[in-house]
Design a protein around this ligand. Sequence first.
Ligand SMILES: Nc1nc2c(ncn2[C@@H]2O[C@H](COP(=O)(O)OP(=O)(O)OP(=O)(O)O)[C@@H](O)[C@H]2O)c(=O)[nH]1
Ligand SMILES: [Mg+2]
Length: 290
Amino acid sequence: MKFPWFPGHMARTKRTMKQHLFGIDLVIEVLDARIPRTSRNPDIKSITENRPRVVVLAKRDLADPNETKAWLRILRADGLDCYAVNAETGEGVEDVVAGISRLAEELMLRLAGRERRPRPFRVMVIGIPNVGKSSLINRIAGRKSAKTGAKPGITRGKQWIRVGRAIELLDMPGVLSPRMDNPEDLFKLAATGALAEECFDEIRVAEDLLETLRDKACNALTARFKLSDIEGEDGHTILQLIGEKRGCLGSGGIVDISRAATIVLSEFRKGLLGRVTLDPAVDDRLEDKT
Ligand SMILES: Nc1nc2c(ncn2[C@@H]2O[C@H](COP(=O)(O)OP(=O)(O)OP(=O)(O)O)[C@@H](O)[C@H]2O)c(=O)[nH]1
Ligand SMILES: [Mg+2]
């Protein structure tokens, strides 16, 4: 199967990720707190060649707080150092900084013990597109050095960012796993904003999302769009109702369903339709142990 949405630069980045591993002391894997399972790269172990790894769940403000707590427990049970943050506002980032600084100090002591010259602690930040990698780096660095933006593919090439004298962070373009091959995963990546718009059908994704929200966050959904009872309604009907409520009318007074779909996706991604985790936290070991 061919993936039209897996652009060449992502395949290349995956190769360069391995090439840039030389001299890297720590890998930060940024996951989306709404989809910790789907946003993971199943090849992460082979890509990072057992480098020390820290997992950061970004966009925690958009995810269900109880699910995030459960996810942190699962990831920690797998032996991973793990944090949940809002990379936009910086909430929770101080713990990540403390974790990295501790490891950086250990490196300094090791180098000093071997009478080697001190060098910066080098950290590579990886994850799927639009997950918040560059935002996290800016928050760790305490300044806006890396470009960020509300669509996937903002970071196009690698960029080193220095934090004080002791730490260097490597920002990388987002990478999707080439093994991603089921419609459920694609739906979640599209809904959360990891896939470029031209790679999926917005109407289909909005309809699926509305069915999920009807079941998981019905109050937030009905309140936001002033809908009455939507129990038992399918995604298409709910999308129609939203189009009517928001005045998305095309020629002849027919609802412009495509405009309604864009509104639903955009408001979901801003957290206006409730804090929703699309990957339920279920404790079947995430990491493969091989
Ligand atoms: N609500 C919320 N928004 C976030 C968070 N982190 C990042 N964002 C927003 O998400 C969008 C993507 O952030 P980036 O930092 O550019 O993401 P990236 O992973 O570097 O993306 P690429 O470079 O395209 O792969 C931006 O609009 C950020 O402001 C977060 O924790 N919460
Ligand atoms: Mg980026």
